[in-house]
Design a protein around this ligand. Structure first.
Ligand code: NAD
Length: 496
């Protein structure tokens, strides 16, 4: 058994804000403590409860640091990122344990996420060799026509708690390699890994002030980042409600915006599908990460003829999930991140039942034994769901699967597209034609065939459509650089 299961035996780390290359407390002197969602008796870390003034100070530090960082070559900047990547790998086990203790996901999930952060920094470190413009043939002889790719200035990043190292990494790395100075505000539920990244980047040689981390509430720190004129661009990942509000603030002063928000991701299962494969994919994409992934499967849209057989297999999958403390061996699903998130998950199940759906399995708060001090629930399979029910339309962000029966592929597609979100979508079928038609007609930023709806390749573009995204710029892959840089066109006449 891991030592982390005994509460209060691990010293509480006291983090500070990282501003201008220094570790500083909140100006108002306030702090808050995060506890382990798997065992709330265990304090994980203490943080500064920052306010607007701390955000303003960080923006000023970034503004001052920007010119020198922008003047460095992309390759020199990339070297810092590559070095940080190596440092992340060296500390992988320790960082993964910290992530699990703060956010709750299993150690295997945390380890994968920390490795992802290392890979992202390595990818963008290498991409620094490609950070440049394009030469375009001119109409006239003796003329050079080309583009330069330039940084924007100060960029603000606002991130959610559910991937507390991967998302900060996939925003920071392209922002930094492009030559911007950054102020990041991670979600207060799980800020530790962002601060650890800052530490590693500083050790890797990132100049003071180029990256600043401010911990605090959205309505104070986040709001300052959205409204301060120093910020040239803001990349946000989080809920639609907050994203919409931040977007309005940015639009008012015409700042560049990238908002990536929630999903209501379908997995369609057609009658010809391998049902064991379908149940495995849905189980992984619905219950993995405690359902707390923006790309989690939350709707299973299945052809009627195979629905009973699939539901039976889904229930078996749910029963096989081992819920518990993420550091414990054999556990496959950790707790909800907070009491509030757990309450919301359980409320959605009640709403579904009140609207006429059936709770086929699970969906109960777990309080036995070791679970007593954590935010645990059993994964839920809900059947008899109709497309107009709230459980079929609204993001739950928990291990809750809603099964919707349909007559055929056309109805499945209509139901899949009949929501406001459009992030990830999957289909399980052996019919190549229907699979391809699905990839063409589904309204989603990512579509998968015979694969889980979660899980992304860091080298491929990612982003949603409809209310899942502002859909202006992609994250990840080479296109990630487009948001963090601008293109200048140069005309040079040497004919005379
Ligand atoms: P959230 O919207 O509550 O918070 C996101 C961030 O915004 C946090 O840092 C928060 O402090 C900050 N914030 C809150 N109010 C603010 C304000 N008024 N001004 C500025 N910032 C403010 O989301 P969450 O609960 O942290 O994360 C879960 C949500 O994120 C889900 O909806 C999930 O689908 C979404 N998500 C989307 C993606 C994606 O890539 N599309 C990835 C992960 C998570």
């Amino acid at each position: 058994m891991s030592r982390a299961h005994k509460p209060n035996v691990i010293a509480v780390t006291r983090y500070q804000n990282f501003i201008g290359g220094e570790w500083v407390p909140a100006q108002a002197g306030r702090s808050f403590t995060n506890v382990n969602p798997a065992d709330t008796r265990e304090a994980v870390a203490e943080y500064p409860a920052s306010g607007q003034a701390d955000a303003t100070t960080a923006l000023e530090a970034a503004r001052k640091a920007f010119p020198a960082w922008a003047a460095m070559t992309p390759v020199a900047r990339g070297r810092v990122l590559s070095k940080a990547s190596q440092a992340i790998e060296v500390r992988k086990a320790e960082l993964a344990e910290l992530l699990t203790r703060e956010e709750g996901k299993t150690l295997a999930e945390s380890t994968g996420e920390v490795q992802r952060a290392a890979d992202i920094f390595r990818f963008f470190g290498g991409l620094s060799y490609q950070f440049g413009g394009q030469t375009i043939p001119h109409d006239l002889p003796g003329n050079l026509l080309y583009t330069r790719r330039e940084p924007l200035g100060v960029v603000a990043l606002i991130t959610p708690w559910n991937f507390p190292v991967a998302i900060p990494a996939w925003k920071m790395a392209p922002a930094l390699v492009s030559g911007n100075a950054v102020v990041i505000k991670p979600a207060s539920q799980a800020p530790a890994l962002t601060l650890e990244l800052a530490k590693l980047l500083a050790e890797a040689g990132l100049p003071k002030g180029v990256l600043n981390v401010v911990i605090g509430e959205g309505r104070t720190v986040g709001s300052e980042l959205a409204s301060n004129a120093v910020v040239a661009a803001l990349s946000f990942t989080g809920s639609y409600t907050v994203g919409h509000q931040v977007y309005l603030q940015l639009a008012q002063r015409m700042a560049r915006a990238q908002m990536e928000m929630g999903g209501k991701n379908p997995t369609i299962v057609l009658a010809d599908a391998d049902l064991d494969l379908a149940a495995r994919l849905v189980g992984l994409a619905g219950f993995g990460l405690t359902g707390q992934a923006c790309t989690a499967t939350s709707r299973v849209i299945v052809e009627k003829s195979v629905a009973p057989a699939l539901v039976e297999k889904l229930i078996s999958r749910a029963q096989a999930v081992k819920v518990g403390h993420g550091l414990r061996e054999g556990v496959t699903m950790g707790p909800a991140v907070s009491a509030q998130q757990l309450k919301g998950n359980l409320e959605y199940i009640q709403i579904a039942v009140a609207e006429g759906a059936q709770l086929a399995w699970g969906g109960e708060r777990l309080t036995n034994g070791d679970s007593a001090h954590g935010h645990f629930m059993s994964p839920a399979v809900i059947t008899g769901v109709k497309p107009q029910m709230r459980i079929a339309r609204e993001e739950v962000f928990g291990p809750v699967i809603a099964v919707i029966e349909v007559a055929d592929f056309e109805e499945a597609l209509a139901v899949a597209n009949g929501v406001e979100a459009g992030l990830s979508a999957s289909i399980v079928t052996r019919d190549l034609k229907k699979a391809l038609l699905y990839t063409e007609r589904i309204e989603a930023g990512v579509v998968k065939v015979n694969q889980i709806s979660t899980g992304l390749a860091l080298q491929a573009p990612f982003g949603g459509v409809k209310k899942s995204s502002t859909d202006s710029f992609k994250e990840q892959g080479v296109p990630a650089l487009d948001f963090y840089s601008r293109v200048k066109t140069v005309y040079l006449d040497y004919s005379a």
